[in-house]
Every structure is written in C-alpha cells, then in structure tokens.
Design a protein. Structure first.
Lengths: 545, 545
C-alpha cells in the first residue's frame, strides 16, 4: 500500500483555499499511485480557528469542505481533520476529529481525547474529549487514527493526562498508526516530536505516519517536519521544515525500515527559517506585499530588516532612518550601510522638527518639570508616527523590531518603538539576536560590524546606554529565561546563584510592565514560552511587583 | 447558628492585603456572634490569577495565607477558596478548592468539579476537576461546600457539563449549601445568578449561602450581590453591588424564610456603577491616583470624563482639548463646558503646529499622494502623543474613550485615539453610550446637550460624519450585538432581516480589524461578550473578511 503524507500551509477560515490545496494534493497523490493520503489536524479550517468555532456557520463551512473531499475520495482514502458536532446535549458542542473518507463515504471517525489546554492552546474551550477508540478497516489493513496530542501520552507517561488513546486501540491489533497534527514550532520541538513518535512505535511495534501543518498563522508557526517512523523505531523520513511537501511512502518499505532521513536541527538556523516563514505568511495571508521599518543603526532593527528582505524581497522592504539630536553619526551611517548592503529603499526623516513642535506646544504645561523619560518617549513616538504614516500612505505593514529582553522588562515605548503589525524578534532574547546576527553574517558582512559591536543604546538622551538601566544582557537573559520559560520563582532563581536584589529588580520590571505587552504586536513564537496567548498574566496583580 | 458572608474586594497576588482584609472580617464576624464565615473563590490570591498559578512560589504563598487563616479559626469556622496541589501524577497540577477551617485545623476540603473554560475563563488550563463529593460536619450540621460553577449545572440542565456536584452530595443529607464564587458582572448576570441559586434551593430544599467577590481586576468586574436563599426559594438577602460588605445571618431566620431583599437591576444604572468600580480599582490596584483623557467635545469622551470624575474625584482627572484645523468651534466649547460642569482641570493644546511639522517632514516622501486616511491618522496620533506625554510627565493614567461600535468595526486610529491604559466604554455600543449619557444628565446637564445631540464625527477632515463611513448606529449596533454577543453568522443575520450587503460589509469590518483590537487597551467588561480575553479571534484569518 502506498501512503501519501501531505504537509500543507493552511489558512484559518480560508475554506476555498484550503480545499483547493487539498484537492490538488489528492490528485497528485493519485498520480503517484497513492491509495491513501493524510492531511493535518482541522485542515479544512486551519489551526487555531479560535472562537470562530463558536459560529454555526463556520462549522457548516467545515462540513461543506468535508463533503467536497468525500466526493474526491474515489479510489483513494483521505484522512483529514475537521470539527464534528457533539450529538449529546451534555459536554462541549464539538469534537476535534480525524475523518477517514473513501469512495464517497465516511469509513471512520476518531475524535481527539487529549485536548491541549496550556500555553497557546485552548482546546477544551471548544471540544469534548473522545471516550471511544476504534481502528478503521481500509483495504485489509487496520488503521489506528489519532489526532495530534493523542500520541503525546505514551503509556500514560505525560503527567497532564489520565488516558492513552492508542493503548485503548491495541486490542484491535492495528497495522499502522496515522497521526494528524497541528504541532507548532519552537526551537526544541522537532527533536521532542521525534522522541515522542519513536516512543509510540517502540511501544506498539507498528509504523507511524505523522502529518503536520506548515506555515504561520499570525504568531504561531508550524514547521512541518512530518514523520514516518518504521516499526524498528528508525525515523524513515522527516519531511522538510517550513515548506509544503507531498511525499508517497510504500508501506512495505516502511515495514522494512532500511532508510533513515532526518532534518538538521541547529537552533539558530531553525529560528532563522521560522522567522522568515512567519513574516512571509503574515503578509501573504493578510494580502500585503510590502513592509516598512525604522532603522536605528542598532542590531535589532538590522536583523529585522535582513529577515524581512529574505522573506519578502528587497524590493518590498523600506527602511526609515529617523535620527534625533541624540543619535550618533555612526548610527545613521550604520543604518544607511545596512540598507545599501541589502539593496533596499530607505528614507531619512530627522525627528528634530516634530520634536521642537511638541516641545513648544507642551512647554507651558511642563513648566518647572525637568527633562525625563517623557521627552525620551516623545522621540520614540515621533518615530512610531512617521513609520505609521508611511505605512498608511504606501500600504505597507510596519514591522516591530523589539527583542524579548526589552519586551520582558518593559524597556520600550508604548506607541513608539512598540508600534508595528508583527513583532519579529520579540521571542528572541538579546543574546539570541546577537547569535542570529552572527548567523546572518556568516558568509560576509550584511549587518555592519559596528551595529553588532557597539554597546546597545536607545539614544534617547546624551550618552545613554542600555547598561545604565538594565543588568548586562548575559545575566538578564539567563534570569528571564529561567523565569519565563522555566517558571522559576524568586527562591529558585536565588538558588541558581543570581543575587537576590537583582532577581527582585528583574521580576518587578517584568511584572509591572504587563500593561505594555497587553498592547504589543503579535510576537512570532520561536521558544516554548513566547509573549502573547501562550503567557497570560494579570495586569493589576501585585505579585513580585 | 450565625453565618457571616464576606463580600470582599481582593487583589490578585496581593497576599498580605487579601489576608489582612479577611482577618479583619473574621474578627468583625466573631464580634457579631458568627460561628462561621464564608469568603470567595480563590480568595487568598484573587481571581483570576492566570499563569501565576504555574509558579510554585505563588502556590506556596497561597498555602501560607491558608495557614494564617487556620490560626485565626479559633471558635469560628472559616470557608475560603485556595488552590490545592493535586497529589496524583496524572492530571493538572492543581485543584480549585473550598477549604473549611476550624479551631486550627482543616475540617473539610471540596474541590471544584465544573471548570469554566469559555469566554474569559481558563480554568481547565490550571485545574483538575473534582471527582469526589462529601459534606462537612460542623457543629452538628452537615454542610455542602461548593465552588462557583459547581452550582451552575442544576440537575444536569447546563449542556456544558456531565455531572452535577450537589446531586452527588445529597445522599449525605446536608443541612445547607455554601457556595464560594468569583462570578463576574455583566449587565444581565445578577438576575441569572439569582435564577440559578433559586433552582438549586428548589431542587434540594435547603438554604444556600453564596459569597461573591466584589471589585475589578483590570477588565473583569465583580459586582458582589452575594446571596442567601431560604429553603422556600425566596431570596432572603442579596447583598449590595459594587461594595464590600460583611453580613451575619441567623440560620433559624433563614430557615423561616420570611424576609426578602433584592437589589434593583436597571441595566444602565448597573453599567454606570460597574464602570466606576472598574476605573477606581484599576487606579487603586496599580497605585495611581490621577487620570488624563482627551476631550473632543463628543459624547464618548464626555461620558468617560464624567465616569472618571465619579470614580476618582474631579481633582484627579485632567482633560486635554486638542483641536485641529478640522475641529468645529462648538467642539471646543462643548469640551470646555463639560470640564467646567465637572470642575476638572483642562488644558488646550492645538495640534496644528505638530501637524505642520509632520506635513513638512513627510512632504518629500508623500509627493504625488493625495490627502487620505494617513493625514487623518496623523491628527489622531498627535493627540495620542500629547496626552501620553502629559501622562508620562504628570504620572497619570490615560483613559481611552472608544466605544464598542467603533472598536468592533475598527473606526479608530491605532496609537491615536486607541491609546490608553484602560478602555472605559469599549464594551458599550454607541447607542448604549447615549443611554448612559442620558442617565448621567438625569438630574441636570452635566454633559452638554450639544455633545449628545450633534451627529457623531471624528472631525479629521472637513465636514466628516461617522454616518459617511458607517451604517446608522441604531442598525449597526443591532448587527454587532447579534454577531458578537449572540454569535449569529451571516445566514442568521439575514434571516433576522438585515440586508445581505450590509451584513457582509459589517462582518468584514469586524473581522479585518482584529489586528487593532489585538493592541487595544484592556476593556472594562459589562456585557456577556466583551473584547479581550473573552473573545479570541485569529488575526490572519480569511473568514467573513
């Protein structure tokens, strides 16, 4: 039996687009002799559909796509994810299901039992968990169908869950496992995914075909990396990352397990590719082509510009240099050099005239008050306004250049440098931005060396350096990582060797700046704990603040 | 037996503050002869604590508060909400529990079984549902302890859930029910809460004591309205809305059920009081005293100003009048008159000089482009910058004045009139803002009549009226209500009698402006479906857009 795995870039709510993509894959798979094709979780509507699932009309559109796929299932089995209405009055209204379609009929449905409700996931908001588990008979083979998380509790080892769906099916002696997933990227996730897939195969001694999504949905990036694991536990194939792919596997070859293919997993290279995917899909799925961003001469805007050019092309990225009286000459020169290196358009709009207009207008009201963060913010906000005006006039989307360290401690101006439709680097700590810059320069200088080597500065007052307000990034980033990704509280951080005053100061900065993150742009998520829907914090809380 | 119900304004993560408040209530209750006192759900840490629950240190702080309450329970039973660690490896790490403390010991714990995971609620993100249900024996009485949602599935009538916790306890023949809640306000919720409380009492024929939170946690407002329902189904007492209260009830009197007291439930009056609570607590819990806001002469900023003055006092609210070349004279006059009516400070900062500076700076870049929404946004953003600068300089929080109709259709400028720390009116449709304005003027003109009577306009280009870009608010608000609150899709809206083109146009506006709401200020929630955590929508989706 030949089995096709389709790793596609779906678009939330784009029913026609998703359907056409799947029908094309069905046709291609048939051309290649496949008897069965496997798509991703909730593929008909894209993932995560969020509260659209509460609209009856949305579910009807899902049903209509299923009908069209059913009509296309002549001589080929189609396994695809879609929501199912819960026929019982009690419980949530929907199931998150894998449909097995064949010759115009539904020959099997398996609902999802393990509903991720943590980090970015809200599945129990919408779905009732499955309580029944059966294999599906297809051309003499018994198929164990499963949806994403359902293979993530191998032998009940995952402390989150109390049942193991595949264990429940084993009495029926399935021949192979199909898993339809929507498993988002973080820089450590592909390795973890392989570990879990192999653990399943080792437990059940049958092959596993795993079909993932690829492409980005706003902040959430799917890396693909769909898997075929042979009964001997070997990864027969790991499909490419960050691109659509359709591959056909011969079950007999998979059973033999003599091939082995995995993708390289370098952290910074993965982040690089993920960010390009994230930018590209944000624009493409919103129907935009052109980006704009402020270029300060610093490393964050430089790295963001390079990523944008890689994602959209140099003709589609415009930089704006907006020096103030506090900007050093080398900042403007570095920004200009970067734009020239990239071959992208740039404009120079000094902020001084606007700054003076605000100063004059506010002078009568600010009488007796000294220069302080207010005036620093005015400069940052003038810059935000200029790039937003250009974005409005030219129809391009403003990219935000904030990094995760700044976003964490609130070192940024709301409505100023925090402006933007998409925050490209805000899930990378400053030290990771340096690593990405080095990666981008590995074949020659794209980002000017001086942008990388000079001490970071917001240049909003004379001689200002980040180090005046913040601990050194090497230390700060470690504390932030332990607090944010690892959820270590103050006691544990002190046990890890960080000074108590420093820990208190950093956690206070993080917690009192929740109000800024509440209004920040969506953040391309590349770590296991990014800002946004994956991290939900009170604003008026008084804890570690 | 005398039973005290404590309806307190907790503060998320303010362990010391919450504890001292509860200890004071315990002491007051004892003075009044109470043998038992009942606090709210998760009272030790405040509600909703969100992802702070993932921090071991946070749970330890909850435990420490419980210990202190236990030490204070000499001769008085204390029922209080706190998280409990799940001792089993499988399942979520915590339970959401009601503790019964007495004479220095825990004499009963009942975990919550029905975990709301919809709208603003994320309880299954953190908590494992209870599976065991037992009454607690206290001074010869059997007490059925329950946590919030656990009484909201009376006889399994709520389609969301499959078990009814109180049904499970009835074999033990309890004498009365205690429910500890954190049940947020919306303008229809108090009536619903009474209906549910009465349904429980009618089913079990024993009295119910229901203790709610009061006060706001950022966007979520608790109205209090704690309840005592007599076995005959009468509401013996509904405690006041929007204020802390401690009341002691004699069980014998409750059993007799001869008294009856309910609070008035006028929609606009409730919203009025809720918004004042929301503003007051946002400032108080963040440690701020002073608000600032732009006054346009229009109804939204006028209503917001009145609410701010009522919440914070006229000495603590500052208005800024920022006319542009397109502002009419009467706008400035209306704004000035409002400020004078309220006795609040106001400043006049015309935007023209800044506008000209931007115009000059951008002219070389905008050559050949006509005046459009860009220049409208520039004016709105200059205003945002001026009020933010004043907010930074004087240390006051900017209030946002957007209404729900505008927020829904994206009729507002990101980083302009969408600036602000808290959106006061953004859960009120424009027609509801008019109703609130009428309510505020019921005893004489506070809001100038002309602010109410003139056609709504953003005044960003000559002669501009909202009606040029939007359907009449009377129609628009109905469509929005049906779509947002009632989740009616396009087909249903058309069936309700709205024109198909209009429906398509409105839904497209709503869905393509999700990116603006993503970056908006927290919205004081007064309806059953506000913008923010309660409504989670994709940004790059292509559905009804």
């Amino acid at each position: 039996m030949k089995i096709a795995v389709a790793q596609l870039n779906y678009h939330i709510g784009n029913f026609e687009g998703n359907l056409q993509k799947m029908l094309k894959s069905v046709s291609d798979a048939k051309d290649q002799g496949a008897e069965l094709i496997v798509f991703g979780e909730l593929a008909v509507c894209g993932y995560p559909p969020r509260d659209f699932l509460e609209f009856e009309d949305f579910i009807e559109r899902c049903d209509a796509s299923l009908q069209s796929l059913m009509a296309a299932s002549t001589d080929i089995g189609i396994v695809v994810g879609a929501p199912t209405r819960n026929p019982k009055k009690e419980g949530k209204d929907l199931f998150n299901s894998a449909y097995f379609l064949y010759n115009g009929e539904v020959i099997g449905i398996q609902h999802k039992a393990l509903l991720p409700t943590y980090d970015i996931f809200d599945e129990y908001r919408y779905f009732e968990p499955a309580t029944e588990f059966h294999t599906v008979m297809f051309k003499g083979k018994k198929v164990a169908l499963s949806v994403c998380e359902d293979i993530w509790n191998v032998g009940n080892e995952n402390p989150l869950y109390t049942i193991c769906p595949l264990d429940e099916m084993m009495a029926e002696k399935p021949d192979f496992i199909l898993n339809i997933s929507a498993s988002p990227f973080d820089y450590a996730h592909a390795a973890e995914r392989i570990r879990v897939a192999q653990a399943n195969v080792q437990r059940y001694q049958i092959p596993l075909f795993y079909a993932n999504h690829v492409g980005a949905q706003t902040d959430i990036i799917f890396d693909g990396g769909s898997l075929v694991v042979a009964p001997n536990g070997k990864v027969l194939d790991e499909m490419p990352y960050f691109q659509e792919a359709l591959k056909v596997y011969d079950l007999a070859e998979v059973m033999a397990g003599e091939k082995h293919q995995e993708q390289a997993k370098d952290k910074i290279a993965l982040i690089h590719d993920a960010l390009i995917t994230g930018i590209r899909d944000y624009f493409q799925k919103l129907g935009f082509k052109n980006a704009i961003l402020g270029l300060s001469g610093g490393i964050d805007s430089a790295v963001t510009a390079v990523m944008a050019v890689k994602a959209l092309g140099a003709d589609h990225v415009r930089g704006v240099l907006m020096p103030s009286q506090f900007s050093s000459d080398h900042s403007v020169n570095d920004a200009r050099k970067l734009a020239q290196n990239l071959g992208m358009q740039y404009d120079l709009v000094p902020v001084q005239p606007m700054y003076e207009a605000y100063e004059a207008a506010l002078k009568p009201h600010f009488w007796g008050y000294a220069f302080n963060v207010t005036e620093e913010n005015i400069q940052a906000r003038i810059r935000g306004m200029i790039v937003m005006a250009m974005s409005n006039k030219f129809g391009n989307i403003l990219l935000n250049t904030t990094n995760k360290s700044e976003m964490a401690v609130g070192y940024g101006t709301l409505y100023g440098d925090l402006c933007g439709g998409l925050a490209v680097l805000a899930d990378l700590y400053k030290t990771e931005v340096y690593a990405l810059a080095a990666y981008l320069n590995k074949d020659g200088e794209v980002i000017p060396h001086s942008s990388i080597e000079k001490p970071p500065s917001a240049e909003l007052r004379p001689g200002q350096k980040d180090a005046d307000s913040l601990p050194p990034y090497e230390i700060l980033d470690q504390i932030l990582f332990q607090y944010i990704e690892r959820r270590q509280g103050p006691k544990n951080l002190i046990e890890l060797g960080f000074a108590p005053e420093l820990v208190a100061r950093v956690l206070k900065m993080v917690n009192t700046n929740e109000f800024k993150r509440e209004q920040a742009a969506p953040v391309l998520r590349v770590s296991s704990k990014g800002f946004g829907m994956g991290r939900r914090m009170p604003i008026v809380g008084k804890y570690l603040s």
